[in-house]
Design a protein around this ligand. Structure first.
Ligand SMILES: *[C@@H]1O[C@H](CO)[C@@H](O)[C@H](O)[C@H]1NC(C)=O
Ligand SMILES: *[C@@H]1O[C@H](CO)[C@@H](O)[C@H](O)[C@H]1NC(C)=O
Ligand SMILES: *[C@@H]1O[C@H](CO)[C@@H](O)[C@H](O)[C@H]1NC(C)=O
Length: 345
């Protein structure tokens, strides 16, 4: 029974892209043009990558790519902004210290940031044959629940995960709570956005309702999109490598809990979340998706310009919010304290 399947796999021809590329850190600060536009500072700290037109307010009707003069991403036509919350370590004396990010596997010289994937099908499906639609100018989305503190509340977001890196390339198992043990090489967070669009709205009040996971539950199962969200988009996935190594030698909580906490106080890990503001130039993303380029290794052969990691590292913004986020802090920036229960602030 195995043989015909293997034979089919060998014959399968990759028809579309599965791109994987890195973006270095653009800036780390309290701004959030998606959830709290115009608010300076925003409630909690984020780490942001992408085009340098990132700002407290980003009008969807404005031409973002046109305003950026550089991008911290490898694809030079990608001026999108990608961001997540920031991880902190809580010492036994109650002080906090920011956990920095590392360049991912194959991008180790990158200055922090995160790795982006755009896929047509599940990552293990080598053929990548589904046809997917790129996002449009002004499109943005969010995934996760900042208030989730229980497994039940996080169940809807089981594609936002943690991997305890015993080696730099450990990729399993994935958990939806913070790892409860020392992770030798760090902690990876993997964030997968929904892949079905309503075809009409570039955004929605909760920044999620215009998107849906497929009807059968997961993108991985290649299920059809629900009638309410009929347009199949690319799977956008982030991988973020958090350098928890410097904290493995410090004392951890005596009650066996983990000492890591998100920048808004969540110490459970259930409130993992991610933000996306589309900003590819013209139809560049659709052209990438329709090409057979693979990871970022041979995309230049299809006419896409990729910049060196050294150049990506040069595209940075000075924070507009002037505050210490890197010292030993008595509270998380914004005044949050680590908590396992409902949000205090
Ligand atoms: C951010 O917005 C402010 C206020 O509109 C503006 O002065 C500033 O130049 C903008 N920064 C960037 C990097 O676009
Ligand atoms: C708290 O603990 C950390 C880690 O041991 C230490 O570096 C820091 O100086 C301490 N802060 C205070 C206020 O004692
Ligand atoms: C790029 O890599 C993919 C996957 O290995 C392959 O199918 C495609 O033919 C390659 N293209 C070129 C121009 O080498």
């Amino acid at each position: 029974m195995r043989r015909p399947i293997l034979f089919a796999l060998l014959l399968a021809v990759r028809s579309n892209a599965l791109v994987r590329f890195h973006c270095s850190q653009l800036v780390t600060e309290r701004l959030d043009p998606l959830v709290t536009p115009g608010m300076v500072p925003s409630p909690h700290v984020h780490q942001i990558v992408g085009g340098n037109s990132f700002n407290a307010t980003m009008h969807p009707e404005k031409d973002m790519p046109g305003e950026s003069t550089c991008t911290s991403c490898q694809f030079t036509e990608d001026f999108s902004n990608y961001w997540t919350a920031v991880m902190f370590f809580r010492a036994q004396n109650g002080s906090y210290k920011r956990v920095h990010q590392l360049g991912n596997n194959q991008f180790t010289t990158a200055n922090g940031g995160l790795t982006i994937y755009y896929m047509q099908d599940a990552i293990y499906d080598r053929a990548q044959k589904s046809k997917v639609t790129a996002f449009q100018p002004g499109f943005r989305m969010f995934v996760g629940n900042v208030n989730a503190r229980t497994l039940e509340e996080a169940a809807r977001f089981r594609y936002l995960t943690y991997t305890c890196l015993d080696t730099f390339v450990t990729r399993a198992p994935e958990t939806i709570a913070f790892p409860k043990r020392h992770c030798k090489e760090g902690i990876m967070t993997t964030l997968r956005f929904p892949t079905c669009w309503d075809g009409k709205n570039l955004d929605s009040p909760d920044h999620m309702a215009h998107m849906s996971y497929p009807e059968t539950g997961t993108f991985e199962s290649n299920g059809p999109c629900p009638a309410s969200h009929p347009v199949r988009t690319a799977q956008v996935m982030y991988e973020v490598v958090w350098d928890t190594k410097p904290f493995n030698g410090l004392p951890w909580p005596e009650d066996g809990s983990n000492p890591f906490v998100w920048s808004f106080g969540d110490a459970t890990g259930y409130a993992n979340h991610a933000d996306y503001v589309f900003g590819w130039k013209g139809d560049a993303l659709q052209r990438v998706l329709d090409s057979p380029c693979h990871f970022s290794t041979n995309c230049s052969e299809y006419g896409f310009k990729l910049q060196s990691i050294a150049n990506m590292n040069k595209c940075v913004q000075l924070p507009v919010v002037d505050e210490d986020i890197d010292g030993w802090l008595p509270a998380l920036p914004g005044g949050y304290q680590s908590q396992y229960g409902p949000t205090a602030l």
